[in-house]
Design a binder for this molecule. Structure first.
Ligand SMILES: Cc1ncc(COP(=O)(O)O)c(C=O)c1O
Length: 442
């Protein structure tokens, strides 16, 4: 049960909480106060098993001493330095270390502070790249229905979640969307990549036919769509998108904010699927979420074109006060060390078959209409209550938290993505606890 916190009057009102039904939450709040490894702890000391890595971000588990110490040391040594026309060594070291592990020729890294900023940065780089090579007419950006690329105007424009778009005016012009790949009728209860839907990529040809390739700059997709309920790409789909982009001189951007850093049992989704993007966006697991950070990895071709073709000494008029913040770089370096030394990406790959088995053991559980999985991600789709989409999801979320399990719910889809340090017994516990909870929820 939630412990009353006895806050001073109005204490809960001041914080306007993000993506939260504020009035509901403040009438019935829930708190965590501390975390370690696989667990959060509530103010009254109750452990809560974290089956969502915070918000898909704490891939190495919580409060890892190596990362904590790196941040502490950095704060005492160099609290802040701008990266505008100035440098600090860890920024270059972190970029080099990242470039070493990024797929293919993604050899250059632009730092920002979040996944939203990474998405907007990648879109801007795509536009600037075409302009620098004398193709300034290529300005259209293509996203996908049910895509999530954060909450900046660029990200919501190419994104495909209606609630994130409809309140905010006209958004960016010149944007079009591919259809999403969710196909319950043909792909329900697929293990790993579903069989049906590669042909959905051909809609890009349709979009090209409508607008002409000479007006299209880039396509941005999440290789596996996380926030809209774990949509695993159909077999062959990403390969087909890549081929169509190549045919029409369109850049392919993979938003790997969720899928990066071992989540799918490989360093990056691009590596797992063997499909090379021109730009990649990163955040979350980049610093194990211990310090906010985001990044864009760019291909050598894009970087070189901008270096050689820019019409001003500053090749890209873009950047943030906190680009390559020293604390983020220190946390990021310690995070990469942790991933490497503990073999966490490989560990995620090794655990994937067990995870798949455990996830699909929920088939037949009450309300469950689909289960999908890849790497250490699972989506469990529940039947919605008639006229009350999301209500069942909210109830299961609350019941799970009260019973010591942190899950993520979007609408009526439960999304699970535990830290890559998860033990086998904890993995089983997540699904057996969920099965019990589903039997108690109406
Ligand atoms: C694929 C993807 N892109 C971008 C973002 C936005 O990241 P942030 O919340 O750090 O701005 C998210 C966040 O969940 C995401 O899943």
């Amino acid at each position: 049960m939630n412990k009353p916190l006895n806050p001073p009057a109005n204490a809960l009102e001041a914080f306007w909480m993000p993506f939260t039904p504020n009035r509901r939450f403040k009438a019935d709040p829930r708190f965590v106060e501390r975390a370690e490894g696989m667990f959060y702890y509530t103010p009254d000391g109750r452990p809560v098993l974290d089956a969502t890595s915070g918000l898909w971000c704490v891939n190495a588990g919580h409060n890892r001493p190596r990362i904590v110490e790196a941040i502490q040391k950095q704060a005492a040594e160099l609290d802040y330095a701008t990266s505008f026309n100035m440098g600090h060594p860890k920024a270059f070291e972190f970029a080099s270390r990242l470039a070493n592990i990024l797929p293919g020729d993604l050899d250059h890294v632009f730092f920002c502070n979040s996944g939203s900023e990474a998405a907007d940065t990648a879109l801007k780089i795509a536009l600037a790249y075409h302009r620098a090579r004398g193709k300034g007419g290529k300005t259209r950006l293509i996203g996908r229905e049910r895509g999530y690329h954060g909450v900046g105007f660029g990200g919501i424009s190419v994104g495909g979640i209606v609630a994130n778009r409809k309140y905010f005016g006209g958004l960016l012009g010149g944007v079009d969307h591919l259809p999403h790949t969710h196909d319950l009728a043909r792909n329900a209860f697929s293990r790993g990549q579903p069989e049906h839907g590669a042909d959905l990529a051909d809609n890009l040809e349709r979009i090209v036919a409508l607008h002409d390739a000479s007006t299209i700059a880039a396509v941005i997709v999440e290789p596996l769509a996380g926030s809209t309920g774990v949509l695993v790409p159909p077999k062959g789909y990403l390969e087909r998108l890549r081929a169509i982009c190549d045919r029409h001189d369109i850049l392919l951007i993979f938003d790997e904010v969720i899928t990066g850093f071992g989540r799918l049992g490989a360093s990056f989704a691009s590596e797992l699927f063997g499909v090379q993007p021109d730009l990649i966006t990163l955040a979350k697991g980049l610093t194990n979420a211990a310090v906010p950070a985001g990044a864009v990895g760019a291909s050598a071709r894009i970087y070189d074109t901008l270096m050689d073709g820019a019409d001003a000494p500053i090749e890209l008029f873009h950047g943030y006060t906190y680009s390559a913040h020293p604390l983020a770089c220190a946390a990021g370096l310690a995070t990469l060390d942790t991933y490497r030394d503990e073999g966490l990406f490989e560990r995620a790959g090794q655990l994937s078959p067990l995870w798949e088995e455990a996830a699909h053991s929920l088939k037949g559980a009450r309300h469950v209409i689909d289960i999908r999985n890849l790497g250490l991600v699972a989506g469990i789709e529940l039947e919605s209550r008639p006229g009350a989409v999301g209500e069942r999801g909210q109830e299961i979320f609350k019941a799970a938290f009260d019973s010591g399990l942190m899950i993520r719910v979007g609408g009526d889809i439960v999304a699970l993505s535990p830290p890559l340090i998860i033990e086998e017994t904890q993995l089983d516990q997540i699904f057996s606890q969920l099965r019990n909870l589903l039997s108690t929820i109406d």
